[in-house]
Design a protein around this ligand. Structure first.
Ligand code: AMP
Ligand code: GLY
Length: 427
């Protein structure tokens, strides 16, 4: 099979790394890819959001399956355009991708499906939004309806903070049109984790859970990022809770989306809060998490390609998956300054030494080759040092050993990935 992966981050490196191991694969492209992806796939210089360019490439090269990594092209209708051209695609239609593209749409579906979630209101009028916040009181959560690069959420512990967030988002429009509508919702307290499921429009196949580290600094301090590290399994998501999440969150969403005429195909990413009253759905994303995908792929024993194809063809009921009975952990190496401004094109050394550590794979998130053929950093999140181990402790030791083998002065990472799991173990 000839496969095209769309995207160029750590998630896409993980997908390409796993797909490249499939005996069914004859050719793998990635658009646009990165320096690391280039070792397992042929990188194509087409942007992930260049819908017309991607469709033309897929047609010209008789691609059998397109696997879409990020939400951007899905929200732009890439899956629809590919389907119209007769090309199979793993990823939801534009209408179904609204689950991530519009928080208001997502909340309405979740509410209609009877999925346990925070109460909420949708607002296009600033005075009504403020009145709602005053009526409900703090703590309360204010979100832009549209995509705001993961930044359009303010968890307000005081009324003033909530009112300020409404002014910023809807008044000053700090996130542009994303703030034309706001979702204001109940504050939920608990431990957060993510669960993933493959979907084929009619049914869903549960994957496994993972836990991300969104803050930039050790001890969950500093500004939010795309994710500084992750691990799987997540001890908070016991097998019983996984089953409960499938029954109460994933399957009702799939049934409701189908009933709405927007069948959901692809991977559904459930952001969950495990409260003292049980799991509550925070949000759906329409893609794999980054860096959660890196640890999922490290743990997956089965061939990924036939499973993604089964999802694209509506045959997930014929598939089952095998997982390694091991822990996987990824430490994200970012450029100094991230998530603020950072230097680009700094040279990264020691990649071979890091990759030689037992159980370690260094996945690239934002890299390219310079004119001298050296690997340079081109993004904020640059590498995902991914390790597998018999315990989370072993996986973590291996990952940090590899981090220490890197020679990159301008890079940094969190030193406490998996602290929650280790605290539980009493380690
Ligand atoms: P989201 O973009 O919706 O995932 O929100 C970003 C982060 O804000 C989440 O990962 C949570 O840590 C936090 N958050 C979102 N919604 C809530 C909520 N209703 N209660 C408490 N924290 C929340
Ligand atoms: N790591 C969180 C996300 O991909 O949204």
């Amino acid at each position: 099979m000839k496969v095209l992966v769309v995207g160029g981050g750590g998630r896409e490196h993980a997908l390409c790394w796993k797909l490249a191991q499939s005996p069914l694969l004859t050719k793998l492209w990635c658009a646009p890819g990165n320096a690391g992806i280039g070792t397992v796939a042929e990188c194509v210089a087409i942007g992930a959001e260049d819908v017309a360019g991607l469709v033309a490439f897929a047609k010209d090269n008789a691609v059998d399956l397109v696997v879409v990594g990020p939400e951007g092209p899905l929200c732009l209708g890439l899956a629809d355009r590919l389907s119209e051209a007769g090309i199979k695609v793993f990823g939801p239609s534009q209408a179904a991708a609204e689950l991530e593209g519009s928080k208001g749409f997502m909340k309405d579906i979740v509410w209609k499906a009877g999925i346990p979630t925070a109460w909420y209101g949708r607002f296009t009028d600033i005075d009504k939004a403020k009145a709602f916040v005053r009526e409900k009181g703090a703590p309360i959560v204010v979100k832009t309806d549209g995509l705001a690069a993961g930044k359009g959420v303010v968890v307000a512990m005081t009324l003033d903070e909530a009112l300020g967030a409404i002014d910023d988002m809807m008044g000053t429009k700090v996130f542009g049109d994303a703030g034309n509508e706001l979702v204001i919702e109940e504050y939920l307290d608990g431990e957060e984790a993510s669960f993933f499921a493959l979907c084929d429009g009619k049914t869903a196949l549960g994957l496994v859970a993972a836990q991300d580290h969104k803050r930039v600094g050790d001890g969950d301090t500093g500004p939010n990022t795309g994710g500084m590290g992750a691990y799987s399994p997540a001890p908070v998501v016991t097998p019983e809770r996984e089953a409960l999440v499938m029954e109460t969150c994933i399957l009702p969403a799939i049934r409701t989306m189908a009933a709405e005429g927007k069948p959901y195909t692809g991977v559904l990413f459930a952001g969950l809060m495990f409260t003292k009253n049980g799991p509550r759905l925070l949000e759906f994303n329409v893609r794999f998490g980054d860096p959660e995908c890196q640890v999922l792929m490290a743990r997956l024993k089965s061939d990924l390609l036939p499973v993604l194809l089964a999802a694209a063809e509506g045959r997930l009921d014929q598939v089952s998956l095998e997982w390694r009975d091991q822990c996987a952990l990824v430490v994200v190496m970012a450029a100094a300054g991230y998530p603020g401004s950072y230097q680009k094109n700094t040279v990264i050394g020691g990649l071979d030494q890091a990759g030689a550590v037992d159980g370690v794979t260094v996945l690239h998130a934002g890299t390219a080759f310079n004119d001298q053929g050296q690997v340079v950093a081109t993004g904020g999140r640059v590498l995902g040092v991914t390790a597998i181990g018999d315990t989370v402790k072993q996986a973590r030791e291996r990952a940090y050993k590899a981090v220490d083998a890197l020679d990159w002065q301008q890079g940094f990472c969190r030193r406490d990935i998996a602290w929650r799991a280790l605290a539980r173990d009493g380690a």
